[in-house]
Design a protein around this ligand. Structure first.
Ligand code: BG6
Length: 491
C-alpha cells in the first residue's frame, strides 16, 4: 500500500538546540524522511541555532553526519540528501543574551510562511528563549512553538513553566510533544475504538475486568544518567506517556478528532483518576532500581554503578494500580508498569474481558480463558484478539485460547514512520490533536505529585531488581493480591 502524502504549507523551522541529541537522533532524520517522501515544499527552510559558532556549511556537514547515523543507507539517495541540506542554514544565538538575535531576525524575513520554533533545549531555557522571540518581534500570526518534556518536576514547576511560555504565546500556538501520541499504534487505538462498532458496547466495567499497560525497555539509562537521576521512571514515563495511553483507552468517545474535543475527554479521565495519597501509596505503587545482571547480550552494570553515586534513590521501575472514579470504569483497575533493563523491549496495552458467566462445556473441554485484546505499540506493531476456539479434529470438544493476530507490517508492508515525522508535520499543519494541552499536563501532575511526595518522605528505598528480570517481586505481588497476573510471554 502506498502511503498518502499531503504536502504541507511553506514553512521556516528554527531548531534551538540544533547540535544536541534530540536534533541529531530524531528531528533531522524525521525531517529528512519527510523530504524524501515529498512532503516538504520547495523553499521550506530549516534553521539550526545553538550557542556554538558554526557556518552554514559546517551545520550542513553536521546534519549530514546525523542523518547518515540514523537513516538507513537505502533511504538516503544522493539527490534527496543534496536537496535536504540545501534547506539548512545556521544562526548562533545565546538564549539569555542578545548575541545572535539580530542575525535570527535577518534570517526570518518572510512573515507570511508558517513559522515554527522548536525548543530542543533544557526547560530552564524555555522562558528566556520565548521572551527574546517576543522582544525581537519574531512571533507572527502563523507562528508555533514546540516544547518537550521534562515539562516540570512537579505540578508547581510545570505551572511556572507554562506561565513563562504563556506570557508570550497563546495556547493554540503551543505544541507540547508527547512522542507516544505520534506512534502509529497509539493512533490505531483510536481507530480500533471509534471506527468499529464492535468494541464500544463492551468497553466498560460491565465487560472489562482490568487493563494492563506495560512499557518495558531493555536499555539502561545510557548517557542520560545526569537527567534521569533528577527524574526517575514516574516522571520520565508515567506522568506523560503512560497516562496519555491510559486516557486514550479510558476516555469517552470525543465528538470529533478536533484537538479540543479529544483533549477535553482526556482531561476528564485525568481528573477522574482516584488520588493515591498517604498510606495508600505503599499499597498501590512499587518502585524499583536495577542492579547488575543480564542485558544487551551480556553482563550489565547496576544503576548506581552507572551513575557513580551509591546513594541515589531514583526509581528505574515503577508499577502502579490506578483507578478511574467514573461510571464507565468503576472497579476496573488499570495496572501500569514501566522500567529500564527489563528482559525485552515491549510496549503493550492489554484489555482483559470478564469471564463468561456460565460454561456449557464438560470439564474435559478444558479451562475457558477470558477474551483479551492486546494492542502492541512496539516492536511488531499490531493487534491481537484472544478468543476461545475448538481444537480441530474429532475426539470431542477441546477448547483452546488462540489469538486473531494482525501484524501491521504483514498487513500493510510499509515503513512505520517515526513519531516525530508525524508530529513535526502536524505542527506545520497547525493540528494540535496529538499534543498536550496545558490543563492536561497540570492534571497529570496533580495525580503524580502525592505519589512523589510520599516516596520522598519515606525512608524506604526503591526495591532492587536484577537487570534482565521483570522488576521487583513487589510488582508481582501488587497485581497478584487482586487475583490477577501480569501477562508476560504469552500476551
Ligand atoms: C522518553 C524517555 O520520553 O521515552 C526515555 O525519556 C525512554 O527514558 C523513551 O527511553 C522511550 O521511548 P520509545 O519511543 O523508545 O518507547
Amino acid at each position: 500500500m502506498t502511503p498518502r502524502i499531503i504536502p504541507v504549507d511553506l514553512f521556516d523551522l528554527v531548531v534551538f538546540g540544533a547540535t544536541g541529541d534530540l536534533a541529531q537522533r530524531k528531528l533531522l532524520p524525521a525531517l529528512f524522511h519527510r523530504d524524501l517522501q515529498g512532503q516538504l515544499p520547495p523553499g521550506a527552510r530549516i534553521i539550526g541555532s545553538s550557542r556554538r559558532a558554526m557556518s552554514d556549511a559546517e551545520f550542513r556537514k553536521f546534519a549530514q553526519a546525523a542523518i547518515e547515523a540514523h537513516v538507513p543507507e537505502a533511504d538516503r539517495p544522493a539527490d534527496c540528501m543534496a536537496r535536504f541540506l540545501e534547506r539548512l542554514s545556521y544562526v548562533a544565538a545565546e538564549a539569555s543574551q542578545e548575541t545572535g538575535w539580530l542575525d535570527l531576525e535577518k534570517a526570518l524575513k518572510d512573515r507570511d510562511r508558517v513559522r515554527v520554533f522548536y525548543l530542543a533545549v533544557g526547560p530552564d531555557l524555555f522562558g528566556p528563549i520565548c521572551d527574546r522571540l517576543g522582544s525581537h518581534n519574531l512571533i507572527t500570526e502563523r507562528t508555533r512553538v514546540v516544547i518537550e518534556k521534562p515539562l516540570g518536576k512537579s505540578g508547581a514547576s510545570a505551572r511556572a513553566l507554562n506561565e513563562s511560555i504563556g506570557k508570550v504565546f497563546a495556547e493554540p500556538q503551543i505544541y507540547r510533544i508527547d512522542h507516544y501520541l505520534g506512534k502509529e499504534t497509539v493512533q490505531n487505538l483510536m481507530a480500533l475504538r471509534f471506527a468499529n462498532a464492535l468494541f464500544e458496547p463492551v468497553w466498560n466495567s460491565g465487560h472489562i475486568d482490568h487493563v494492563q499497560i506495560t512499557v518495558a525497555e531493555t536499555l539502561g539509562v545510557e548517557g542520560r544518567a545526569g537527567y534521569y537521576d533528577t527524574a526517575g521512571a514516574l516522571r520520565d514515563m508515567v506522568q506523560n506517556h503512560m497516562l496519555q495511553l491510559l486516557c486514550l483507552v479510558a476516555m469517552e468517545p470525543p465528538t470529533s478528532t478536533a484537538a479540543d474535543a479529544l483533549r477535553d475527554e482526556k482531561l476528564k479521565v485525568l481528573k477522574a483518576l482516584k488520588p493515591i495519597t498517604g498510606d495508600a501509596v505503599a499499597n498501590l505503587s512499587v518502585r524499583g532500581q536495577y542492579r547488575a545482571g543480564a542485558g544487551e547480550g551480556g553482563a550489565v552494570k547496576g544503576y548506581l554503578d552507572e551513575l557513580g553515586d551509591s546513594t541515589s534513590k531514583t526509581e528505574t521501575f515503577v508499577a502502579l494500580k490506578a483507578e478511574i472514579a467514573n461510571w464507565r470504569w468503576s472497579n476496573v483497575p488499570f495496572y501500569l508498569r514501566t522500567g529500564k533493563r527489563l528482559p525485552s523491549r515491549e510496549s503493550e496495552i492489554i484489555v482483559t474481558f470478564k469471564p463468561i458467566p456460565h460454561s456449557v462445556f464438560e470439564p474435559s473441554a478444558g479451562p475457558i480463558a477470558p477474551n483479551r485484546l492486546v494492542i502492541r505499540l512496539q516492536p511488531d506493531e499490531g493487534v491481537k484478539l484472544w478468543l476461545m476456539i475448538k481444537d480441530p479434529g474429532p475426539g470431542g470438544m477441546r477448547l483452546s485460547h488462540v489469538p486473531l493476530d494482525m501484524s501491521f507490517a504483514d498487513a500493510f508492508g510499509v515503513r512505520n514512520p517515526d513519531a516525530y515525522e508525524r508530529l513535526l508535520m502536524d505542527v506545520v499543519r497547525g493540528s494540535q490533536t496529538l499534543f498536550m494541552r496545558r490543563d492536561e499536563v497540570e492534571a497529570a501532575w496533580a495525580w503524580i505529585d502525592p505519589i512523589l511526595e510520599a516516596w520522598s518522605g519515606s525512608s524506604e528505598l526503591p526495591k532492587p531488581y536484577t537487570s534482565g528480570t521483570w522488576g521487583p517481586s513487589a510488582a508481582v505481588a501488587l497485581i497478584e493480591r487482586d487475583g490477577r497476573t501480569w501477562y508476560e510471554d504469552e500476551a
